[in-house]
Design a protein around this ligand. Structure first.
Ligand SMILES: [Zn+2]
Ligand SMILES: [Zn+2]
Length: 463
């Protein structure tokens, strides 16, 4: 994000309006609290702090008393293309929760480092040959050696024979494939040990944390941390003696090859009969930093890698298309490759078929049919984003309370004070002048970069 120093015409007009209102300093203070969020949610309403025992109103607050005329709340969007500041918060939170599940911390015991765990990548099968950089050093099938940054990478050699329908429908079934895989993995491990499903559940649990990412060809793929724990449902406890990383590694490979989700066998129109993963399975054991033995895949590197992808939509593939479209004509306004455009069009066209209505393909056309979450984890993997947010809010509240008290301000007692609040959503985003003020209120980019570099160093070497 660049620091805007000179407002443009629209911003100047808006700033003039703000300055006539005489509340520019108040606005600047309100924006400073947004931590750089440029698309805040606007709320109108009131809050009354009432003394429980006496019923006396200790403090009344109305959004009309604020400089902006409404309360501004951070948008919390995870996408860097939508809100860099909120995406950075999301990335940090994701890092902490993935990291806690690997190295311990945030209510997860340190012994978790001794559990068998792997980092696995799940891809889509082929929908037709695409331009690529073969790992064996050979040129691409088109005869050229492509550079890593060429936009043709991942696009079809022959767009007319590429199976766009299957590609979109596969994305739409990726979530189901994942769910099916997790069930199969438990069964494969149980079968290997000669245990029934019930016996397996009594002796161990398998937990997951995963992120989704778009490959250049527009297919979703998943990166996942998979770990074996003990059977305790309430906390992370040590796994049984049979749980080894070799067993987990082999079971993941078998389960990937066996995963199959029914498609549209009895429907006309060239729809796929079933969906499977691609045959290339990448599974790697995760070492702790202390015992990495030269392995580049440490728990910190994995956490940093996953967190980085948690804040990406599909910018590399989808260009500027980062929200739902309501008319196909909107596509023309976005910068993207012809390949991505064709995938969106295919999703839109398939979305008109009544037998595919469940897939919501028009609603998810901007995601090339994928409607899953970008980062998910099983309940017991580690802490939750909600818990991290609550901890942060509580910390901020405590800090604010202490500061207010030190300044001699009235601070209600949280144990006896009732809070009666009512808020209504009135919109989101900032006007041109407000946006300029908000950017000016954010910290100097050089300082911010330093702070970020500091944080990344603490978080370990990013992938
Ligand atoms: Zn935001
Ligand atoms: Zn090529």
């Amino acid at each position: 994000m660049t620091l805007q120093t000179i407002p443009d015409d629209a911003a100047l007009r808006d700033l003039a309006r703000i300055s006539r209102g005489g509340n520019a300093p108040g606005l600047a203070r309100q924006f400073a609290k947004l931590g750089g969020c440029l698309n805040p949610v606007r709320l109108e309403g009131t809050r009354l702090d009432v003394d429980g025992p006496t019923g006396e109103v200790l403090r009344a607050f109305s959004s009309h008393d604020t400089a902006a005329g409404c309360v501004l709340v951070r948008c919390g969007n995870r996408r860097t293309s939508r809100c860099p500041a909120c995406a950075e918060t999301y990335r940090r939170d994701t890092y902490h929760l993935i990291s806690a599940g690997l190295a311990g911390g945030k209510s997860v015991p340190d012994t978790v480092t001794t559990h068998p765990r792997v980092f696995a990548t799940f891809t889509a099968p082929s929908f037709g040959p695409v331009h690529n950089r073969p790992t064996n050093g050979h040129p691409c099938r088109c005869g050229l050696r492509h550079r890593t940054d060429e936009p043709t990478l991942g696009t079809p050699l022959d767009p007319d024979s590429y199976d766009y329908t299957a590609a979109v429908l596969w994305n739409a079934h990726a979530g189901k494939l994942w769910a099916r895989f997790t069930t199969l993995l438990r069964r494969v491990i149980a079968a290997e040990l000669g245990l029934t499903r019930k016996e397996f559940e009594r002796s161990a649990r398998v937990s997951f944390a995963k992120v989704a990412e778009f490959q250049k060809r527009g297919a979703v793929h998943f990166h996942a941390v998979i770990r074996i724990d003990g059977p305790n449902r309430e906390m992370v406890d040590p796994p049984p003696a049979w749980a080894t990383v070799e067993l987990l590694d082999a079971a993941v490979r078998v389960a990937v090859l066996r995963t199959r989700v029914p498609g549209f066998e009895n429907l006309a129109g060239g729809l796929p009969a079933h969906f499977v993963w691609g045959r290339q399975v990448d599974v790697r054991p995760i070492r702790t930093r202390a015992f990495d033995g030269g392995s580049p895949l440490t728990d910190r590197a994995v956490a940093a890698y996953i967190a980085k992808y948690a804040t990406k939509g599909g910018e590399a593939v989808l260009g500027t298309l980062d929200r739902r479209i309501h008319l196909l004509a909107e596509l023309a306004a976005h910068e993207m490759t012809d390949h991505a455009r064709r995938l969106v069009r295919t999703a839109w066209k398939l979305g008109a078929r009544s037998e595919l209505a469940d897939l919501g393909l028009r609603r998810w056309a901007h995601m090339l049919g994928f409607r899953g979450h970008f980062s998910t984890k099983s309940r017991r993997y580690s802490t939750t984003l909600g818990a991290l947010r609550d901890a942060r809010t509580a910390w901020c509240d405590a800090k604010n309370r202490a500061a207010a008290q030190a300044a001699g301000a009235f601070v209600p007692d949280p144990d006896t004070t009732l809070v009666v609040a009512s808020w209504t959503y009135v919109g989101s985003g900032l006007g041109a002048g407000e946006s300029w003020l908000a950017r000016s209120a954010t910290p100097d980019p050089a300082t911010a970069r330093e702070a970020l570099a500091d944080l990344r160093a603490q978080e370990g070497e990013a992938a």
